[in-house]
Design a protein. Structure first.
Lengths: 200, 278
């Protein structure tokens, strides 16, 4: 491998948080790992990425910040995924990643935000996301800073992203008995068939 | 000498306020990209918007995403964006950073300087020539703000490396004076020595910007108005670069939202006066 390739691969590994692995077989990587300038560069890259994703994945980022592990989640995301030079694509990739979160509330919000992103870009796109919590207090938290207790808002809800409805969204609480749905958010009748979002 | 600024998004108020104040507009293809099914392209709505700008002032293009110094390949996706732009609007010249932002297709999340080696020089020169053959307008390379200090393996001085590329390819230079200030602050660059050695005859465009400090590190982030020291350095560069045609005030789209279009317009008026661009 050429010197240029070695250096660039080492810097990539350090910036992506895979430096320990790269340091085992590269003297330059070990040099970077010990460099305060490289550490600062990595911190700045993380800070900028956090700024952009907080802006572009606002709802999911707010929930992760509430849980106190937004920065750690971003680190995991960056380490585990190749990423994208395009912020729009990176935001989508991050939401896909967060959609697999073990926390059902974070996962539902990420799927929802992804659905809203798609429905804004794609006329006629209509998709549903199942929630294990009432979305209303969660959105009130994100948009207005109102607090909520997760246990108090537990339930089964179906969130629909649909550019055709006012506000682009509506949600329904689901009951096991008939009728299966009762409007809980914006009380608009459902029309057509909703699919559960395909995150893959 | 002309004055220009960057337009990075569909901001009608910004366009209305600043375009009458400048002689030229700089756009970055990367900022207009939309992704559809994994393919990045500039949507027709953006091309129409840019064509509207081109009817008001000459356009130059300044890229971020080419990654001309990546050891394995440059960004073919960025080349596709350039092709789109060159087909859609008249472009006076285009430029890119002398650095790399991707490795093996994986983005670094930032722009990094190249090691100043013969290997890097050969690679960049070959790609500059390929770019020059592909597009029939001048191509400029910009000095990036450096993140890492020298480690003793350099085969060229900072200016000597750039001069060699210019000598081998005949490309032009975009001198970013704010980046020089970042380098002075972060890694101790001696700016007078750098400018004394650099082939200033190749400089066609000058960038000016304001940034901020992050934990003592000066960031190349174009988020603020221009500081007096940067204006002074730009004036010196203008007086010493005989082929320089334009000074471009760079401002991030995100910063325009925070500062407001009137503040950006006022800054352009101030810069025109302070730089003597009447």
């Amino acid at each position: 491998m050429s010197e240029l390739a070695q250096r660039q691969r080492a810097l990539l590994a350090v910036l992506k948080g895979r430096g320990a692995q790269a340091g085992a077989d590269s003297a330059y990587a070990r040099q970077l790992l010990a460099s305060p300038h490289a550490a600062m560069l990595r911190e700045i890259v993380c800070w900028w990425r956090e700024f952009l994703l907080s802006r572009d994945c606002r709802f999911t980022a707010a929930l992760l910040q509430r849980r106190g592990d937004f920065a750690a989640k971003l680190e995991d995301f960056v380490r585990a995924t190749p990423g994208s030079a395009l912020i729009e694509q990176q935001a989508g990739n991050f939401l896909h990643y967060a959609a697999g979160d073990a926390d059902p509330l974070v996962a539902a919000m990420a799927r929802t935000e992804l659905a809203l992103m798609r429905s804004r870009r794609q006329p006629g796109y209509r998709v549903a996301v199942m929630w294990q919590h009432d979305p209303a207090p969660v959105f009130a938290f994100v948009l207005r800073g109102l607090s909520f207790e997760e246990a108090a808002i537990a339930g089964t809800f179906r969130f629909v992203a649909d550019a055709a409805v006012p506000g682009g969204m509506q949600w329904f609480e689901c009951y096991p008995e008939v009728p299966p749905e009762r409007p809980a958010g914006i009380a608009l009748p459902m029309a057509g068939v909703c699919q559960v979002i395909d995150i893959d | 000498m002309l004055l220009a600024t960057t337009i990075e998004g569909y901001d009608a108020e910004l366009v209305e306020r600043v375009v009458p104040l400048v002689d030229m507009i700089e756009i970055s293809p990367d900022r207009w990209v939309r992704e559809q099914d994994g393919v990045a392209s500039i949507p027709q709505s953006a091309l129409d918007f840019i064509a509207g700008l081109a009817r008001q002032a000459p356009l130059v293009v300044h890229g971020v995403g080419l990654s001309i110094g990546s050891y394995d390949r440059w960004s073919q996706s960025y080349i596709g964006l350039l092709d789109q732009l060159f087909e859609a609007v008249p472009i006076r010249w285009h430029s890119e950073h002398l650095g790399y932002a991707e490795v093996e297709g994986e983005p670094l999340g930032t722009m990094v300087e190249l090691p100043r080696s013969r290997e890097a020089l050969r690679l960049v020169a070959q790609r500059v020539r390929a770019i020059q053959q592909r597009y029939a307008v001048p191509f400029l390379l910009e000095n990036v703000a450096r993140a890492l200090p020298d480690d003793g393996t350099e085969q060229f001085s900072p200016a000597g490396f750039v001069n060699e590329i210019v000598a081998e390819t005949g490309c032009g230079l975009l001198l970013d004076v704010y980046n020089l200030e970042c380098d002075r602050h972060n890694i101790g660059l001696n700016i007078p020595d750098f400018l004394d050695e650099l082939d200033l005859r190749a400089v066609r465009e000058i960038h000016i910007a304001g940034g901020t400090l992050y934990k003592g590190f000066r960031l190349d982030i174009h988020s603020r108005l221009v500081e007096d020291s940067t204006i002074a350095l730009a004036r010196e560069a203008m007086s010493r670069c005989p082929a320089a045609e334009v000074v471009v005030f760079e401002i991030l789209d995100e910063a325009v939202a925070a500062l407001g279009a009137p503040a950006v317009a006022a800054e352009l008026v101030r810069l025109r006066g302070r730089l003597g661009l009447v």
